[in-house]
Design a protein around this ligand. Sequence first.
Ligand SMILES: C[C@@](CO)(OP(=O)(O)O)[C@H](O)COP(=O)(O)OP(=O)(O)OC[C@H]1O[C@@H](n2ccc(N)nc2=O)[C@H](O)[C@@H]1O
Ligand SMILES: Nc1ncnc2c1ncn2[C@@H]1O[C@H](COP(=O)(O)OP(=O)(O)O)[C@@H](O)[C@H]1O
Length: 283
Amino acid sequence: MPANRLILPSPAKLNLMLHILGRREDGYHELQTMFQFLDYGDEITYAVRDDGVIQLHTEFDGVPHDSNLIVKAARKLQEQSGCALGVDIWIEKVLPMGGGIGGGSSNAATTLLGLNHLWQLGWDEDRLAALGLTLGADVPVFVRGHAAFAEGVGEKLTPVDPEEPWYLVLVPQVSVSTAEIFSDPLLTRNTPPIKVRPVPKGNSRNDCLPVVTRRYPEVRNALNLLGKFTEAKLTGTGSCVFGGFPSKAEADKVSALLTETLTGFVAKGSNVSMLHRKLQSLL
Ligand SMILES: C[C@@](CO)(OP(=O)(O)O)[C@H](O)COP(=O)(O)OP(=O)(O)OC[C@H]1O[C@@H](n2ccc(N)nc2=O)[C@H](O)[C@@H]1O
Ligand SMILES: Nc1ncnc2c1ncn2[C@@H]1O[C@H](COP(=O)(O)OP(=O)(O)O)[C@@H](O)[C@H]1O
């Protein structure tokens, strides 16, 4: 008997670097970025239903049911596979929205992989990643589940295995709109492509940083505070800021000092997503 209920993790990602190479005709930007996962994220519960209805039971502030990436992912998969089954969904949300740690994209990818399993569709990863890309530029890497150097708008992925430090992630209490940052006239859009493989060390810049810190003093403040202890970086278009540490104890020590005034969390960097580790254990 196949299971009809599944609980899956939906991890966060970090952009260890992010270069903007140019702008395409459709307005999207050509990037080079390095994705790594965190062993930290949301938890999503799925229960199959026979009547074809897709129902997310957890309410999100400011995101209507039908606009939620979880619901959009489930509906697209149902439509394109012709599946007659539906699903009830609940989520324990811990990832901040608009934080640059990819919560919405991760939720969409977890839903695609989870329903592929529960509805027994037998889609391969290529097909799920292609569907994922229609939901958001960051969805394919979460579908693949391996740390990656990404090009194009983030869909051309080459697996990589960077170090897996412990990270302290600070969460400034502002939500940054990705679209707003990418439409800022002051954004650097002409970084030359890195052509050497593997990507040489030292390419850790995030081209969004000057525009984000100009617009959001909260992010600037977080970078300054964390920068007193380690190299402090911006993930994606922010708002989250992160720094790596060799051990959990060291990350915890700095966290204890900084989270008196700022929200944050400590998590291990991971080159294999915890979603994929869980799915593997089910097989
Ligand atoms: C910048 C990155 C880096 O990982 O992360 P976040 O900070 O959002 O997490 C991503 O490329 C974001 O991916 P994602 O959040 O899926 O973006 P989408 O929903 O596809 O796009 C939101 C909007 O951002 C702009 N956009 C996004 C990606 C891109 N390569 N060029 C763009 O110009 C477009 O205006 C688009 O309408
Ligand atoms: N399941 C979801 N989780 C988070 N955000 C969602 C979800 N569905 C839709 N969204 C929308 O997507 C936006 C971007 O969310 P998110 O992916 O968490 O941030 P970011 O792209 O900055 O990492 C949110 O502000 C929200 O409006």
